[in-house]
Design a protein around this ligand. Structure first.
Ligand code: SAM
Length: 275
């Protein structure tokens, strides 16, 4: 069967290398190269970019990123069984794919980053993805080393990432993402698009660093959101009592009778900066 890029179909690659999906590694592979291209295209123009890919697996998304012209892909994969399949992709695109065997959670991406624009693209087990996302949002230096993050999550996690105030999904993750980035939901991916299919629908989210930074100490912001959303049904004068309650809110110019989910990211930052 012909493929978009001239390499063998992914199903054949998986069979030939014995890459039966392992649940413990959150392996749900995407075999449709049109879909992997759609994800890669969501990241924006790739021609002049180095792309960090996390969890390339048998290489479907990797192939899409390379076929769309990324200058270089640096891919971090934990499962050594995938390395021979990825070596075939590297041979097909000489000098453009570097594979690092290791745990993405222990990888210092910033230290690996070459000169020039960097984009990060990943289809990862969602718990690893959430932790990596938080790590990528935390550097003190802002804008960060990356130009965009294009990541697959369980749909419910994606909704929490992009949520704004007055949305049921709005919480600590939404405030953290909104503080540092502009995050948008790109599109949903149904379970049957994966092999094997996961239980729930997934979503691709795309984040770029905020154009107008909101200077704030992240530990303080976390203290405020933890207290506020820890008791999200209560009025802020009650939930923020340990941090200064009504007096703090009055100084911030915020009605103490409001609830956490009605506060904008800017308002959370104002409170954090008064601690
Ligand atoms: N990118 C491929 C695709 O779209 O078909 C594979 C996606 S699969 C959902 C997740 C991949 O992440 C697997 O290849 C798995 O081995 C890898 N992985 C899981 N945990 C990892 C970690 N901590 N660091 C790096 N890779 C990891």
């Amino acid at each position: 069967m012909a493929t978009l890029d001239g390499l063998p179909p992914l199903r054949e690659v998986i069979d030939r290398h014995g890459l039966d999906a392992r649940k413990a590694l959150g392996q749900n592979f995407l075999l449709d190269l049109n879909l992997t291209q759609k994800i890669a295209r969501t990241a924006g123009p790739l021609e002049d970019c180095t792309v960090f890919e996390v969890g390339p697996g048998p290489g479907g998304l990797t192939r899409a990123i390379l076929s769309l012209g990324a200058k270089k892909v640096i891919a971090v994969e934990r499962d050594s069984r995938c390395l021979p399949a990825l070596a075939e992709v590297a041979d097909y695109y000489p000098g453009r794919l570097e594979v690092i065997e290791g745990d993405a959670l222990k990888t210092d991406f910033e230290a690996l980053a070459p000169e020039g624009p960097i984009r990060i693209i990943a289809n990862l087990p969602y718990n690893v993805g959430t932790q990596l996302l938080v790590n990528w949002l935390l550097p003190r230096q802002w804008p960060p080393f990356w130009r965009s993050l294009t990541l697959m999550f369980q749909k419910e996690v994606g909704q929490r990432i992009v949520a704004k105030e007055d949305d049921n999904h709005y919480g600590r993750l939404g405030v953290l993402c909104g503080w540092r980035t502009e995050a948008r939901m790109a599109f949903d991916v149904p379970p049957q698009a994966f092999t094997p299919p996961p239980k729930v629908t997934s979503s691709v989210v795309h984040l770029v660093p905020r154009e107008t930074p909101l200077p704030c100490d992240v530990e303080k912001l976390e203290r405020v959101t933890q207290a506020a959303f820890g008791q999200r049904r209560k009025m802020l004068r009650q939930s923020l009592k340990p941090l200064g309650g009504e007096a703090l809110l009055t100084r911030a110019g915020i009605d103490p009778a409001r609830r956490a989910e009605t506060l904008s990211v800017e308002e959370f930052v104002t409170i954090a900066n008064l601690l």
